[in-house]
Design a protein. Structure first.
Length: 78
């Protein structure tokens, strides 16, 4: 479980860098975005490529980018 949280945080952090939200998102929100992004990305794009802690890395990053973009629409660009 701890490994999943670490990988989720890393995925969320990478997605926040891509979206330009890395300064406004904290560690907890990066982790939440990464874990939700893993779920969304693997449902939308499949579970292909490298896996860490049961998460397909590339689809998870794409899903986290989507999660951050949708959250920015609802909660603003802080």
């Amino acid at each position: 479980m701890i490994w999943s949280l670490i990988v989720g945080a890393f995925i969320g952090w990478l997605a926040s860098l891509v979206t330009g939200k890395d300064r406004s998102m904290g560690c907890i929100w990066n982790t939440v975005a990464g874990l939700l992004g893993a779920f969304v990305g693997q449902r939308l794009f499949g579970a292909w490529g490298a896996h860490l802690a049961g998460m397909a890395v590339f689809p998870s990053i794409l899903g986290a980018i989507i999660v951050i973009a949708v959250a920015s629409l609802f909660f603003g660009d802080n």
